[in-house]
Design a protein around this ligand. Structure first.
Ligand SMILES: Nc1ncnc2c1ncn2[C@@H]1O[C@H](COP(=O)(O)OP(=O)(O)OP(=O)(O)O)[C@@H](O)[C@H]1O
Length: 975
């Protein structure tokens, strides 16, 4: 149908040509017009159309194993579609495929780092940060060492992804300490001394690197260690066209100031033979001058001392001068010899490292051999002398590089880091197949074969063996095992490398005799390819990534790493301690009469074995880097090149096995321990059947999705199943955390409140405030009690008054109060004073029998009455409430001593306590008119009056008070 996507057969039938996707734009009778994935319009016969494309392949998927059709064409298209959309990362299960974008993408920001933190694999779009985070999480969760193996061709992006991983780990580990800065600072130094521009990559690592990052139990970086493998030291003396030597030389010559340059007798890069072989001292995209200052500051960060930096610069200058030593063929006594016509550079070297020029000349133009325990010196032919000179330069640089790595390690390795967990990052040279391959390529490809086996061993062999052992149902997938190839190069007893070693020991061993031995020994080996007509000096090996032919020229010399005794003796003569120190191990070896150092192949195999041992102890993650084009251009995806890399990396088989298999597995105990919260709220007991509980959890959460299988000891999960379980667990834990947070907050607040009170009381007691607070509360309590009593009183009074005839009590206000005749008043006074009547009895004074009162008066002489009045409360209480109570009182107290008057008043006042009398200030009473003694009495502040004889809560209005005061005056005057 129009608009449909289809698969088309490839035009060519090459090894790496696979079906291409296309969209149908026109349909004719026997032809289709299509636009293919590369944007080409084509009119194709129906026979070229293979099938309609699966919907998953049209837009592309984050994870290859989700593709509906899993073959080379769909995997390649998936990468292509995503690459076009600047999505350079894609998963194949837990394996990350990274296509080099050759441009800066805004996907490595601090926000991205935060985004990927604590996320499960597959939760977010594929990213190198997701792998790094997963690795970190696994390390912390399981306490197991982890490693990330980053592989791919030269220029595929291994080093960039290693750096990004390192930056991510430094960012999330959270301590931001000096050690993190030091670990990051190691990179520019290593790149300067170990990287160079090659045809394939402008910043190619010419050594393998395994970086171990050590973390403490809190997940913070506490140290690191770097291991280096097989530096390509031949680059020091020669480079292919358009290639350069190691970056440091160009940075040094561009970045050094004039004074330093003069001191080292250095000029610009174009003046040095060792730097001009490739005729590209400068290239776009690299500025060597600022790089040099970066390198120096990185060295400072890693505690390189000034004298060490100065010595390093001297050694580099020596290497450059060495390359410029010109030699001429010469004969002495009819024997080949070499002479040095111009001694300028020899003298410069001598000056820099404190060596006699004659000793240098002797060292590089002659050789010392021991014959019958006697050292015999012979001249070297021109070619041999050049080789010795170059060997000296290479030897010095290789040892300098080892020393620099050691120096970095001494700054970043933490002695206590032994007990910590680690994450290892392996950035090792990819598979190499050039037009001309030599000994180095053989070693590099051997390392790649070993890593490939590690990868396949992990992905296939172990996986299949484990499925079988656990009784998991799945379809077996065939894969190509590279064991034969490994055996041929370096594993079986008589392998290529051991034959090389043997040949190096032979006095007459040459590269040609070595090749002849290979041809004889491996003529029947499937992986060995005999020299062809065009490649007579080469042998081939059928690697997992294709056939590679190696030119044997220089094999023996490179493998033996001949660094003659004469040269070691020359170094020993140097007054430069740093230089002598670089050769310390060789000097010791020579002094112990051990003439031979282990061959390069032996050293390489030993370090490779140790690396594989380390990796096998870790939980590995794999990042497979793909180089999309050879031109280093952005947005250019060359299908053939990518397809080749996918094949070499075993991505097709990987995708299939990952799709069919269960990459994540947990022992029952561990699984139940982690996910028990997904099957109710009861934690697993010790004796519980963990298999049954694991089954319950899987059924609860994953149902019949097929994302899991239960083995005999383990739960096997697909990525999707694991992701789902993790998400569910996180959801439940989040909810639990919310509840816990509330409870904790409540408890915390209670505890905090108790602490505050306790603190306050302690402080109060300490500062004497406790009493103040106590009295404060007591005052409040008493006030409250008084108010209650008052209310009680008022209520009772009210009840009592209710039963009293209000008319008889005389409801007259003060304004129209009638004049009281003298007689009446006296009687009243007398009656009142002498006849105690209880108010609450509700009996009027006048109603009481006068006789009783009279008798009382008679029986009570004035002294007794006074005493009565002094008693206060009782007497006053018994008096009938009256407007004139005070007058009566004063009347009755007339003629008494001021003290008696005052006492009577106090008694009265006490009796009226709580009755809220009218009060008027003494000050308002005219001085001398009313009880002058009273006003003089400082304790008395008020005269108490009663209103209508009834107790009241209301305060007297001001005018009434004044009237009352006037009335008192009037009454008193009258009396
Ligand atoms: N993720 C990326 N983003 C931007 N540019 C990248 C990325 N990855 C790689 N590159 C570019 O590709 C170049 C080559 O990458 P890198 O040096 O990492 O390759 P390599 O695989 O380590 O090569 P070699 O094996 O030669 O060291 C880098 O210098 C950089 O310009």
């Amino acid at each position: 149908m129009l608009g449909d996507y289809v698969w088309m057969k490839p035009e060519k039938k090459g090894q790496f040509d696979v079906a291409i996707g296309a969209q149908v734009v026109k349909i004719a009778a026997d032809k289709l017009s299509v636009v293919d994935d590369e944007g080409k319009w084509q009119s194709v016969a129906l026979s070229r159309i293979l099938k309609v494309m699966n919907s998953t392949s049209i837009e592309g998927m984050d994870d290859m194993i989700s593709l509906g059709e899993l073959d080379e064409a769909s995997i390649l298209r998936n990468l292509f579609i995503r690459y076009k959309n600047k999505l350079i990362y894609t998963y194949t299960g837990s394996i990350l495929v990274a296509v080099n974008p050759y441009q800066c993408l805004p996907i490595y920001t601090a926000e991205r780092i935060k985004l990927y933190q604590d996320r499960n694999l597959g939760e977010l779009p594929p990213h190198i940060f997701a792998i790094a985070d997963n690795c970190y999480t696994h390390m912390r969760r399981d306490g197991q060492d982890q490693c990330i193996v980053i592989s791919g061709e030269s220029g595929a992006g291994k080093t960039e992804n290693t750096k990004l991983t390192l930056q991510y780990l430094a960012a999330i580990s959270g301590r931001h300490s000096q050690i993190e800065q030091q670990v990051l600072a190691a990179n520019p130094i290593l790149e300067a001394f170990g990287n160079a521009k090659t045809i394939r990559n402008d910043n190619s690592s010419r050594f393998g690197k395994y970086t171990e990052i050590h973390f403490n139990p809190d997940g913070a970086i506490v140290g690191a260690q770097i291991k280096q493998y097989l530096l390509e030291k031949s680059r020091i003396v020669s480079q292919a066209n358009e290639e350069r030597s190691f970056h440091i030389f160009y940075s040094l010559l561009d970045g050094l100031d004039a004074g330093d340059k003069q001191r080292l007798d250095l000029v610009d890069a174009s003046s040095y033979k060792y730097l001009t072989e490739g005729s590209t001292a400068k290239y776009d995209g690299r500025d060597d001058r600022p790089n040099f200052s970066d390198i120096r500051s990185a060295m400072k960060e890693l505690v390189f001392s000034d004298s060490e930096i100065s010595d390093i610069l001297k050694v580099l200058a020596v290497i450059l001068h060495m390359g410029n030593i010109e030699m001429e063929a010469h004969t002495i006594d009819h024997l080949d010899a070499t002479q040095i016509p111009n001694m300028t550079h020899v003298e410069r070297i001598g000056k820099l490292v404190d060596l006699e020029p004659a000793a240098i000349v002797k060292g590089i133009t002659t050789k010392t051999i021991i014959i019958q325990n006697e050292p015999t010196v012979s001249n070297l032919a021109y070619r041999d002398a050049v080789d010795v000179r170059d060997a000296l330069a290479k030897g010095i640089y290789a040892r300098l590089f080892v020393w620099i790595v050691g120096k970095i390690n001494s700054a970043i390795i933490q002695p206590e880091a032994g007990s910590c967990s680690l994450i290892g990052l392996l950035d090792i040279f990819g598979f190499e197949n050039f037009d001309h391959n030599s000994f180095e390529q053989l070693c590099i490809n051997f390392a790649n074969e070993t890593l490939h086996q590690f990868f396949f061993h992990h992905i296939f062999k172990l996986e299949q063996e484990e499925y079988d052992a656990e009784g998991i149902e799945w379809n077996h997938i065939d894969f190509v095992d590279n064991q034969d190839c490994l055996d041929l190069i370096g594993k079986k007893p008589m392998n290529i490398m051991s034959l090389m070693d043997e040949e190096c020991m032979m006095p007459k061993g040459t590269d040609q005799t070595l090749l002849a031995k290979f041809n004889t020994a491996y003529s029947k080996d499937k992986s060995y390819l005999k020299p062809t007509r065009h490649k007579t000096n080469s042998f081939g090996i059928a690697h997992f990534a294709g056939e590679v032919y190696y030119d044997v020229q220089g094999f023996c010399e490179k493998n033996c790493d001949t660094f003659s005794i004469s040269l070691i003796q020359l170094i020993e003569l140097s007054g430069n301690k740093f230089l002598r120190n670089l050769f310390q191990a060789d000097i010791i070896r020579i002094s112990q009469n051990n003439k031979r150092s282990p061959s390069i192949s032996v050293q390489f195999r030993t370090s490779l074995e140790s690396l594989m041992k380390t990796l096998s102890l870790c939980q590995p993650f794999f990042v497979r880097c793909i180089k999309p084009n050879e031109q280093k251009k952005s947005m250019l995806f060359v299908r053939g090149l990518c397809c080749r890399q996918l094949k070499y990396l075993g991505m097709m088989e990987t995708a299939r096995i990952r799709q069919a298999g269960y990459p994540i597995r947990h022992a029952f105990q561990e699984f139940v321990g982690r996910y028990w919260c997904l099957s109710g709220l009861i934690p697993p007991s010790k004796n519980e059947d963990k298999h049954e509980r694991a089954r319950q959890i899987c059924e609860n959460v994953l149902g019949s999705s097929g994302d899991y299988q239960l083995g005999t000891c383990k739960v096997f999960l697909k990525i999707a199943g694991d992701l789902h379980l993790e998400q569910e667990r996180n959801r439940i834990l989040r909810n639990v955390a919310i509840v816990q947070r509330h409870i904790r907050r409540w408890c915390q607040r209670r505890r905090a409140a108790a602490i505050v009170i306790k603190r306050f009381l302690l402080a109060a007691v300490r500062h004497g405030r406790f009493r103040a607070w106590r009295s404060f509360f007591l005052i409040r309590f008493r006030k409250l009690r008084r108010q209650l009593i008052l209310f009680q009183k008022l209520w009772r009074t009210y009840l009592a008054n209710k039963s009293v005839n209000k008319e008889d009590l005389g409801e007259q206000n003060l304004q129209n109060f009638p004049e009281i005749p003298q007689s009446e008043r006296t009687e009243e006074i007398e009656g009142t004073m002498e006849t105690p009547v209880r108010v609450d009895e509700g009996v009027r004074l006048r109603d009481k029998p006068k006789g009783a009162a009279g008798e009382c008066r008679k029986s009570c002489p004035p002294a007794v009455a006074e005493a009565e009045a002094r008693k206060g409360g009782m007497a006053a209480k018994q008096k009938k409430p009256s407007k004139f109570r005070n007058l009566i009182r004063w009347k009755s107290m007339e003629g008494k001593t001021p003290n008696a008057q005052s006492a009577a008043l106090r008694g009265w006042e006490a009796a009226n306590n709580g009755c809220q009398p009218w009060t008027t200030s003494n000050a308002e009473l005219p001085e001398g008119e009313l009880a002058p003694e009273l006003t003089k009495d400082s304790k008395r502040k008020s005269v108490f009056l009663r209103e209508n004889g009834l107790p009241t809560m209301e305060k007297a209005p001001r005018e009434e008070t004044m009237i009352t005061t006037a009335l008192i005056r009037q009454k008193l005057r009258r009396t």
